[in-house]
Design a protein around this ligand. Structure first.
Ligand SMILES: Cc1cc2nc3c(=O)[nH]c(=O)nc-3n(C[C@H](O)[C@H](O)[C@H](O)COP(=O)(O)OP(=O)(O)OC[C@H]3O[C@@H](n4cnc5c(N)ncnc54)[C@H](O)[C@@H]3O)c2cc1C
Length: 426
């Protein structure tokens, strides 16, 4: 089938997630003609899913701490966040009639803790501003003449654009639309892309054996009882974490390992260690509110005829999945030795052997390398083509840092297009 060619003058934004929609809004407010394309039947599907978890929009911590969450990419993201940072994002949401509040952890949520009201109000405002949406339009690359190619329900389509913003997302949760299929399309045009890897992801565990070998996964007993169970009020530290204080929080047992916010907070370091050494470990404090001496005293307290399980439960409140994890990971002789057992309650080593696949992760590391972009987020080798959002090569923990950087880069790409078009006309 030959593709029909249309000249839809204006700026074409591909990807109707937070980054693409923010780019579209930034362009529409300057009077540009804006077309937004998305492969899915409706906009913002991952954003809506994020809303199911409460929609952690941003974080209220001091800006220096906030910027540090972007690790090695802080320098690249700082100028974008200076233009549209956490407070600007909250003000913008208020402008849509969505009030926000700061949770006890400093995380910022909409009052209703949902994405749908915000997205609905935003889509309405974008349509009122003249933004035209083309859903079920899957971008598949460029024609030899540089037109954008789409697969549409009406067949292939080629569109000439004044400028383009690619905001195609990462590769996690592909059924929501972002599948990373853009990677080879950009690489074919010589654009360097860092491999897409899981970020904020779960991990598969292994159980070290006395002979030093590793047995993959949980035991049959543990796997049949504990997946889905949360370990609450625990603390996690990395063995080489130096003086870094253990971080408190919670995580969940899965069929093959562990996942959840406390794991995500360390996921980048754990993933990198597995890639380098084939395994990684962390130390779990099952009772962070209790000092090691107190735990030692309680474990050593004579237990008479009581079983060890009921002793741990009555002296320390250790029961359920926390106690089961000790039985799962400690050799019998360590369980029988009060000093070793008390030590393990405060510093239980867990061994991880694989990050879960990127398709299951909350977000994606890797993407279009910043060296390929100018300060306006335009691809140096493809003038007039800008990139924004999670498809860029940065990562951050959960806590609102992901959405904030997606909005900020969408805003920056929109401003970049405006400047570039003004330069073209001059
Ligand atoms: C379960 C879950 C919970 C989350 N919770 C939070 C949270 O609370 N706080 C937070 O900060 N972050 C959260 N995130 C992360 C956040 O949702 C993403 O970082 C953010 O949506 C990325 O925005 P984006 O615009 O870059 O990409 P996306 O939102 O992924 O949007 C990209 C769009 O591009 C479209 N697209 C892709 N390829 C093509 C193509 N070839 N042609 C046409 N269209 C295409 C997709 O259909 C999609 O609509 C969560 C993620 C998940 C999975």
């Amino acid at each position: 089938m030959s593709s029909s060619e249309r000249s839809l003058a204006g700026v074409h934004v591909i990807g109707a997630g937070p980054a693409g929609l923010m780019a579209a809004e930034t362009l529409a407010e300057a009077g540009c003609t804006v077309h937004v394309h998305d492969a899915m039947p409706s906009a913002g599907r991952k954003f809506l899913l994020a809303g199911k978890g409460g929609l952690n929009l941003t974080h209220a911590e001091p800006l220096g701490a906030f910027l540090s969450r972007y690790g090695a990419r802080r320098a690249q993201l700082e100028p974008l966040l200076a233009q549209f940072g956490p407070q600007a994002l909250r003000d913008w949401a208020h402008g849509l009639g969505i009030w926000t509040f700061v949770g006890t952890s400093g995380r910022v949520f909409p009052d209703e803790m949902k994405a749908a009201p915000l997205l609905r109000a935003w889509m309405h405002r974008l349509r009122e501003a003249g933004v035209r949406f083309h859903m079920r339009h899957r971008w598949t690359g460029w024609t030899s003449a540089g037109a954008l190619c789409f697969e549409t329900p009406q067949g292939p389509l080629a569109v000439a654009a004044d400028a383009t913003v690619l905001a195609l997302g990462g590769a996690s949760w592909p059924r929501l639309g972002s599948d990373g299929a853009w990677q080879p399309l950009l690489e074919a045009r010589g654009i360097p892309v860092a491999p897409l890897r899981p970020a904020n992801c779960g991990f598969d565990v292994a159980r070290p054996q006395p002979d030093g070998t590793l047995l993959p996964g949980w035991s049959e007993h543990f796997r049949s009882r504990f997946p889905g169970q949360p370990l609450k009020s625990v603390a996690l530290s990395l063995p080489d974490g130096g003086a870094a204080a253990p971080r408190q929080g919670e995580f969940v047992i899965t069929a093959t390992g562990v996942e959840g916010s406390l794991i995500y907070a360390h996921a980048a370091a754990l993933r990198d260690a597995i890639e380098a050494q084939g395994r990684a470990s962390f130390l779990l404090d099952l009772l962070p509110a209790r000092a090691p001496e107190q735990v030692g005293r309680e474990v050593a307290h004579p237990r008479g005829s009581r079983s060890l399980s009921s002793h741990l439960q009555s002296r320390l409140g250790l029961a359920g999945v926390k106690a089961a994890l000790l039985w799962e990971l400690l050799p019998r002789e360590a369980m029988a030795d009060p000093a070793r057992l008390a030590g393990a309650i405060k510093r239980l080593p867990l061994t991880l052997v694989a990050a879960r696949p990127v398709t299951e992760a909350i977000s994606t590391a890797g993407g279009v390398r910043f060296e390929a972009l100018d300060g306006q987020l335009m691809l140096r080798d493809l003038p007039g083509v800008f990139c924004a959002g999670e498809m860029l090569d940065w990562e951050a923990p959960t806590g609102g840092y992901l959405l904030t950087a997606c909005f900020a880069s969408g805003r920056a790409a929109g401003l970049g297009v405006r400047r570039w078009l003004a330069g073209q006309r001059a």
